[in-house]
Design a protein around this ligand. Structure first.
Ligand code: FAD
Ligand code: SF4
Length: 510
């Protein structure tokens, strides 16, 4: 039966069972489409990374003997949207069956279901064979539970997949080494130079520019360093094991202005585009650990494994459990617009200037920059979660809605009212000062709450707590912070709030 199989840009899994054998009756279709470049304003590196990886993937399939129809963004006959693409191909090629892999985004899931309804041939959706869990496994696991605690999900995942386990107990008797993993980096050990691939992507950038796609951020066209093939992705895991794993956990929460990637793996794009599977990453890291126990501690490995079998699978499960309502949630009723410096990095706040500038130059910031600097500022200034979401979705190389949204709207902005986070991730300047070297060279004074040069995070923090205290009245984890708020002298609170309001009224000048 003549079959058309669709491959989306984030379905680059060359190990998928679809490709086990070459079938002359099967033709694959891949397309770089305006539909995908235009649903939000994207960083140029994100568009380039997806298109190059898709082109490499299609070449690999062709080399393996598969038939592939590929539309480049610049092709004149490119329909630029999924429905037109599939309906046309089915008709022109007398296709008798249409198949696709289950997409990870709600919008594409809906669109594909609609397309299938319009087709008069049999259609079939298959698993993408990427994740550890199915779409609704988390929902089933937490059925009837009030709190969807990541830690319980993570323990179930460790047991179920026999990851770092001895029988039904965690290796070395501990599930979680988080408290070992909260160091500030102070040059104790050298940070290895990141693995770079130095690819020339000038032609593709010219193609994108010629299509007038709205993009932002910068790119070094002659030295593109993100992995864009399976082979490069495997090199990145290997590099991570040999050079970064040893100190990954210890410094995973550190903020450091002299280095962009610290000991982070930079594997998120390779995984989210499915060039490598999470199980391959986890198995490789654990096997490296077992062979190198004299240099690698369990705490480093557990810290890494938790991000992948824990957080990554967890946020995906939350996404499918809560969508489509999740995308509308704004529990804290925040409505402020995003300040202009999110697009330029031009602010006197060193922490924000560094984290945003790096996001704009690299399409990357690590977890704590996303959560405790940019996310923290966004929540304290009560920015609209729609605007925050759109910025995060556009700027990061690894941002695909299923993983971006629960992290941004949920974990970082508490807009879901505590589905993901048990308390809002907010702090005054002192947390940033403890975890970074930003404050020493900042225009603002981290210890000051009032005065022209006072660190904005300080007054904003107390103002936020005061403004939103009703929302947290029954939250045990907020009781200490709210008790401190209550103990504040009325005149001190009034002055602090006055300062915060003046900041909120003039955010562009921070
Ligand atoms: P490492 O620090 O080396 O971690 C290893 C891997 O663990 C990552 O590659 C990633 O796959 C996984 N991981 C770690 N934390 C998380 C998490 N919270 N959720 C899901 N996976 C995780 N990650 C994305 O992949 N896409 C996003 O759009 C995204 N948006 C985020 C937005 C906010 C506000 C926050 C706080 C976090 C976000 N994250 C997102 C999670 C995390 O910041 C990135 O996965 C990580 O920074 C990617 O860099 P890395 O590969 O060097 O990660
Ligand atoms: Fe950020 Fe405040 Fe520190 Fe400046 S002083 S870097 S604004 S936390």
């Amino acid at each position: 039966m003549k079959t058309l199989r669709l491959l989306l840009g984030d379905q680059l899994n060359s190990q998928h069972s679809w490709f086990d054998e070459v079938n002359p009756d099967v033709v694959y279709v891949m397309a770089e489409m305006r539909q995908e470049t235009d649903y939000v304003k994207h960083h140029i590196q994100k568009v380039v990374a997806f298109f190059i990886s898709m082109r490499n993937f299609s070449e690999e399939l062709i080399k393996r003997g598969h038939q592939v129809i590929y539309y480049k963004i610049s092709d004149v006959n490119n329909p630029q949207n999924l429905e037109q693409l599939i309906l046309d191909l089915v008709e022109k090629n007398k296709i008798e069956q249409f198949e696709y892999q289950l997409p990870d985004e709600y919008r594409l899931d809906e669109q594909l279901k609609n397309i299938c309804e319009k087709l008069s041939i049999p259609t079939k959706a298959v698993d993408s064979e990427h994740f550890y869990t199915s779409r609704n496994e988390l929902a089933v696991f937490f059925k009837g539970k009030k709190q969807l605690l990541m830690e319980s999900f993570y323990r179930m995942m460790r047991k179920k997949n026999d990851v770092l386990m001895v029988g039904d107990q965690p290796l070395d008797g501990k599930w979680n080494f988080d408290h070992n993993n909260r160091n500030q980096y102070k040059n104790e050990v050298p940070i290895p130079f990141p693995l770079e691939f130095h690819k020339n992507v000038s032609e593709l950038v010219a193609e994108i520019e010629a299509k007038n796609i709205t993009i932002f951020g910068s790119i070094d066209k002659e030295n593109f360093n993100w992995p864009t093939s399976r082979n490069e992705s495997l090199q990145l895991i290997d590099y991570f094991c040999k050079h970064l794993l040893e100190h990954f956990g210890a410094y995973q929460d550190s903020l450091f202005s002299e280095h962009k990637f610290l000991f982070h793996s930079r594997l998120s794009f390779a995984m989210n585009s499915k060039m490598i599977r999470p199980k391959e990453v986890v198995d490789t890291v654990i096997s490296y650990y077992y062979q190198n126990q004299e240099t690698i501690e369990l705490a480093q490995v557990e810290g890494f494994v938790r991000q992948i079998i824990g957080w990554r699978e967890y946020v995906r499960g939350i996404y499918w459990k809560e969508m489509p309502n999740y995308a509308q949630m704004n529990t804290l009723e925040n409505y402020n617009p995003l300040p202009e410096f999110f697009w330029t990095g031009k602010t006197k706040m060193k922490c924000m200037q560094h984290s945003i500038s790096q996001s704009l130059s690299e399409a990357y910031a690590h977890h704590i920059q996303r959560l405790m600097v940019i996310g923290n500022f966004s929540l304290l200034t009560q920015l609209h979660p729609d605007e925050v979401d759109a910025w995060y979705l556009g700027v990061y190389i690894d941002a695909i809605e299923w993983v971006e949204m629960p992290n941004t709207r949920g974990m970082s902005q508490y807009a879901d009212g505590g589905i993901v986070a048990t308390k809002p991730y907010v702090s005054s300047g002192s947390y940033i000062n403890k975890m970074s070297n930003y404050c020493g060279s900042c225009h603002y004074k981290v210890k000051d709450k009032l005065g022209e040069k006072a660190c904005p995070f300080n007054s904003l923090y107390w103002h936020f707590l005061d403004e939103k205290k009703q929302h947290f009245a029954n939250n045990q984890r907020m009781s200490m912070m709210l008790a401190l708020l209550r103990k504040m002298k009325p005149e001190e609170l009034a002055a602090t709030k006055k300062k915060a309001i003046s900041i909120l009224e003039d955010m562009e000048n921070l």
